[in-house]
Design a protein around this ligand. Structure first.
Ligand SMILES: Cc1cc2nc3c(=O)[nH]c(=O)nc-3n(C[C@H](O)[C@H](O)[C@H](O)COP(=O)(O)O)c2cc1C
Length: 338
């Protein structure tokens, strides 16, 4: 028992994500856990670090036709088509309940124009209980066709505009994995963190992103060899799950070393976390927290198991807090060759 003058020891998994205190670094990923609290039927939300809402667009969307989720040998393919209730229904039916959710709630935004992102982000900023807005920038821009997240100049413009309407909350930018090569994860991260001409939306705010979420699904396709038709109704889709995990670890590592460590920008690692080891890899590579999507489809209790495994790992590593292990990667061991 600590003496009355001693502060109680901080739990080993307690962390701080861009100024947001989290019970532990395990969050549920956008679009995989319902609109807000649907997972509460199977997971005790009060034991999670946080949840991310379904991505909300301005207009309600039914999404693509069946099949829009299929299993693959290395995870899952999906082309949901951003099915969601739209900004007005979220504000009316869900926003009043956010403050009562027993964990941190991050509002996710998808859109096809800067005005659309701004409108939804402003709604989340005005919603009591929302601690951060997460921009899903793997969406095509109606004006240019390219994804917001693959063009640093367009991304910087988007971040500047959204920052101006989010003075109360933290701003997370969820990057696409399709930036290997050109423009490169560091250039895209820089555009999100330091958008040219960006100004803080409120006191103690940065001009750009407070946190990067790395990454999203990887463009993919599956074909039925008898009918010779794509197996997803939309043709292509996005691969998630174990198959993309090493790609996401590499992106987190490169972003951490290339810009995030120096700018003190925390990272949320996303992609193929099914076990505590997957999450620990992200932490060692430079992530402060992780989000879990596909893992929930395999086992809805997976996030709780991941948190419990992480806690044992922190102790085994001789650390008193998981924060000590962020970016703690050591140089590779070389074998052979004199
Ligand atoms: C069925 C499904 C729906 C998704 N919907 C969204 C979404 O609305 N917004 C978003 O930013 N990401 C969405 N994602 C991507 C996930 O949030 C996550 O980035 C991706 O699946 C990689 O993580 P995982 O391997 O743990 O699933 C979706 C993924 C799946 C599988």
């Amino acid at each position: 028992m600590p003496s009355p003058t001693q502060a109680p020891a901080r739990p080993p998994l307690a962390t701080d994500l861009a100024g947001i205190p989290l019970r532990n670094p395990v969050l549920l990923a956008a679009g995989t856990a319902g609109t807000l609290t649907e997972m509460a039927d199977v997971v005790d939300l009060s034991k999670l670090g946080g949840i991310v809402t379904k991505s909300i667009t301005v207009a309600p969307r039914e999404g693509n036709k069946t099949w829009r989720i299929i299993p693959s040998d290395h995870g899952m393919l999906n082309a949901i088509g951003l099915a969601n209730v739209g900004v007005e229904a979220f504000a009316r039916d869900y926003a009043p309940h956010v403050a009562a959710v027993p964990t941190a709630v991050v509002g996710s935004v998808s859109e096809f124009s800067i005005e659309g992102y701004v409108r939804v982000a402003a709604m989340f900023n005005a919603t009591p209980g929302i601690v951060a807005v997460e921009l899903n920038v793997s969406c095509p821009n109606v004006n240019h066709g390219c994804e917001f997240g693959s063009d640093p100049a367009l991304l910087a413009e988007l971040v500047r505009e959204v920052r101006a309407v989010t003075p109360r909350v933290r701003l997370f930018v969820k990057l696409s994995p399709v930036v290997m090569g050109q423009p490169g994860i560091v250039a895209v991260s820089k555009a999100a963190i330091e958008p040219l001409g960006g100004v803080p939306g409120g006191p103690n705010q940065r001009p750009g992103a407070d946190c990067l979420c790395i990454a999203n699904t990887v463009p993919a396709m599956a074909i039925d060899v008898e009918s010779r038709r794509p197996r997803l109704s939309r043709g292509g889709g996005g691969l998630s799950g174990p198959g993309i995990h090493p790609i996401a670890v590499r992106l987190v590592h490169d972003a951490w070393h290339g810009i995030c460590r120096d700018t003190k920008t925390p990272i949320v690692g996303i992609g193929g976390v099914l076990t505590w080891k997957d999450a620990a890899e992200f932490i060692i590579a430079g992530a402060t927290a992780v989000e879990i999507g596909t893992g929930l489809f395999v086992d809805p209790r997976c996030p709780l198991k991941v948190a419990s495994g992480l806690e044992s790992w922190v102790r085994r590593q001789g650390a008193s807090s998981i924060c000590e292990l962020v970016g703690s990667i050591r140089p590779p061991e070389t074998v052979g060759h004199a």
